[in-house]
Design a protein around this ligand. Structure first.
Ligand code: FAD
Length: 352
């Protein structure tokens, strides 16, 4: 039985599951509001899908395998980045970007400011996470609430982390659903299921052209059922590569239908399609392959965030706000504004 008085007491200690951008934005704003925050992250470091992967030897750098670039349309997002990431670790990626229309003709993409992390996408989330309490390599498996209505989180190694009066969940929807269901919170999971748009997979291949590709553009979206996007990662600011590293993203439906394909076959398929679509004749000499099981939502969604007041569980993430980097910011910032409006945190944080 929930004591309704307690559901109005201000938040003092909050656990956040996931340290992608949404988790980091929520943590930063909660901390400013005087709340003690701990982030739990299953991977080795923060960043989530704003990910870079070390390139295979003899290369000495990394490539952005997840988010390729992001928009900064919301002035509050710019302000947040300037304040908490600084001005050195992100900047504009300028270049020629094209797409192929239904008739097969190449068109320029709409002019837009495209921002990237410098020297890699994950530099931004690294910078924001400095000073936050991020427990990396901890995969949360279950949530349990005690008589005092405080949450304890249990990780997959059996470790327990307790004393939180609220929990913010930021993993992609299938993982959030699983966490809620395994915690006996199937009503919340059901509610989630009504709202979610399924995330699609994305096979990613990174290829190296030692003498350059001669593609003549920095990024393109072909009219292809195999290849969704190709980008010259070495053309982004602050990269210092020999030759050109290209990032190829598989079509979402094709990736979904082929999640079990052997990585070598994925590589051959996407490379052949890249060469066919771009007309590039250079041959690459080095590769890496990565599979995203949850990359981007199939459809755009607009709930922003979820707040289950009785349980004091929040859900935030890009998939609740358009499915992109800026959506992850907007989702978490919207949650913080909601908590302020409900008197659960002070208004020291900056509402958006
Ligand atoms: C291939 C690809 C291409 C993309 N291209 C673009 C693009 O060009 N532009 C753009 O704006 N966006 C793009 N995106 C989307 C963008 O990356 C996301 O919108 C954004 O990074 C999502 O941030 P988030 O914090 O909501 O989620 P995430 O970054 O997914 O963060 C969730 C975090 O939760 C962690 N986690 C999950 N389960 C648990 C658990 N049980 N315990 C602990 N931790 C857990 C995960 O490891 C992860 O770090 C792309 C994504 C992919 C994969």
């Amino acid at each position: 039985m929930i004591d309704s008085r307690k559901s109005h007491t201000p938040l003092r200690q909050v656990a956040i599951v996931g340290s992608g951008l949404a988790g980091l934005v929520a943590a930063t704003e909660l901390r400013i509001a005087g709340v003690a925050v701990t982030l739990f992250e299953k991977s080795r470091g923060p960043g989530g899908r704003m990910a870079a992967k070390r390139l295979p030897a003899p290369a000495d750098g990394s490539a952005d395998i997840g988010a390729q670039y992001f928009t900064v349309r919301n002035p509050a997002f710019r302000q947040f980045l300037e304040q908490y990431a600084g001005n050195d670790c992100w900047g504009e990626w300028q270049g020629r970007f094209r797409y192929q229309d239904d008739q097969g003709s190449w068109q320029d993409m709409r002019p837009a400011q495209r921002f990237v992390g410098i020297p890699r996408m994950s530099a931004i989330t690294r910078a924001i996470s400095a000073g936050l309490d991020v427990r990396s390599g901890v995969r949360i498996a279950r949530l349990q609430r005690n008589d005092q209505e405080l949450w304890t989180l249990t990780d997959t190694e059996g470790g327990t982390h307790g004393g939180y009066d609220a929990v913010v969940l930021t993993p992609p929807p299938a993982q959030t659903d699983e966490l809620l269901t395994d915690s006996g919170l199937s009503e919340l999971a059901d509610d989630l299921n009504i709202r979610i748009s399924r995330m699609q997979a994305c096979w990613t291949v990174v290829v190296h052209f030692p003498q350059g590709s001669g593609a003549g553009v920095e990024g393109f979206m072909p009219n292809s059922s195999l290849l969704n996007w190709a980008a010259n990662n070495s053309s982004k600011p602050g990269r210092d590569d020999d030759g050109e590293w290209w990032v190829l993203h598989g079509d979402p439906d094709w990736s979904d239908a082929n999640t079990d394909m052997a990585p070598d076959q994925v590589r051959e398929t996407l490379l052949a399609e890249f060469l066919r679509c771009s007309g590039v004749t250079a041959q690459p000499d080095n590769f890496l392959v990565h599979r995203w099981l949850y990359a981007k939502p199939r459809a755009r969604t607009a709930q922003g965030h979820l707040w289950f007041a009785d349980q004091r569980i929040a859900v935030a993430g890009d998939w609740l706000d358009g499915g992109r980097v800026e959506g992850a910011f907007n989702s978490a910032a919207g949650l913080i504004s909601r908590l302020q409006a409900e008197g659960l945190i002070s208004d020291l944080a900056q509402p958006r």
